[in-house]
Design a protein around this ligand. Structure first.
Ligand code: SER
Length: 317
């Protein structure tokens, strides 16, 4: 059967790269991108303006394209969510429920929805955080992701909807700007290193967080979506990770390429408290065992890729 794929929230950090990967795999016309506004750079293939909170408009999109796969990426991230908690809850939860309902109604084969390390909290084990443990998220973003995971599993059990999900760690990429996350220092730092040779970090030098290079994240996502349904033992969301590192580790890695690079640290940024509640490293053995996950980029490799790609990108834009 020919696939008909809809990506909702395609202008963001993940959507931009996932759209390219899916179009390469399935063909341009088979992948419909959608967002609340036109993308800054138009990409080939169909695009529709849709607000995921507008269920009627969303229904028209499902009616028009009869999707076999849906990727819901529209969300408010951790730092922005703390500024507008109710709005973040509404977008993240109502958006998900709208998509799950329509996916059942229209017989969608597979749905992808991203969760996050933000589902963990101060009482979760900090190191090698396991798939199953105490979870006491304390950000609205984390609350919405944890509740969302429960809904995904519920729709799978109750309606047989084939929902698949990954708890992404901090995603590091150069193609599209990140949108209001706590792990985003690890992207800003590269921009500033190349532009100014220095960076003031909003997290402390020793704040260790799990991260993942976008190329790995996209590969992992496609791998999960291709996995036979019976192999998947988790219908809430899979732990997944690449390297874990601190701002200080990252700045040393950057110095290998830009020796004059310097970093200093801002105090009392509200994002520090968010990061302090999150794991320092993640155990992703379920993803490894169930569908063969294995990251390819360690800290040195992702730093080298970020610097060379971003340098070229900044020179040409
Ligand atoms: N990268 C996200 C954030 O920092 C975590 O999922 O909000």
């Amino acid at each position: 059967m020919e696939e008909s794929i809809i990506i909702i929230g395609s202008n963001g950090q993940i959507g931009t790269e996932l759209a390219t990967a899916l179009r390469l795999k399935y063909g341009e016309s088979r992948v419909v991108t959608s967002d609340i506004r036109q993308p800054i750079t138009a990409s080939p293939g169909p695009f529709e303006i849709v607000n995921v909170l507008d269920k009627e408009a969303l229904q028209s999109l499902f009616e028009k394209y009869r999707p076999t796969q849906v990727y819901l990426l529209a969300a408010v991230l951790s730092a922005v969510g703390e500024q507008q908690p109710k709005m973040a809850w509404d977008l993240n939860m109502t958006g998900l429920l709208n998509v799950l309902d329509l996916s059942v109604e229209y017989g969608v084969n597979k749905v992808f929805w991203p969760s996050s390390i933000a589902v963990f909290g101060p009482h979760s084990p900090k190191e090698e955080t396991p798939q199953y443990c105490v979870m006491d998220p304390n950000t609205v973003y984390g609350l919405s992701k944890q509740a969302g995971e429960r809904w995904c599993e519920y729709y799978f059990n109750k309606y047989g909807l084939d929902v698949r999900s990954i708890r992404y760690p901090g995603l590091i990429s150069w193609k599209a700007a990140p949108g209001g996350g706590t792990t985003d220092y690890a992207i800003h730092i590269f921009h500033e290193a190349l532009r100014k040779g220095s960076y003031t970090c909003f997290l402390s030098a020793d704040t260790r967080l799990p991260m993942l290079y976008m190329e790995d994240a996209i590969r992992g996502t496609l791998q999960l979506m291709d996995a036979p349904s019976e192999k998947l033992t988790i219908r809430s969301s899979y732990n997944l990770t690449g390297p874990s590192f601190t701002p200080s580790d990252l700045s040393e890695a950057i110095k290998q390429h830009i020796p004059e690079f310097s970093i200093d640290y801002a105090e009392n940024d509200p994002r520090q408290a968010i990061a302090d509640g999150w794991p320092s490293s993640i155990n992703d053995e379920y993803a490894r065992n169930d569908w063969g996950w294995k990251p390819q980029f360690d800290l040195a490799a992702l730093t080298a890729e970020m610097i060379s790609n971003l340098k070229q990108h900044l020179e040409t834009t």
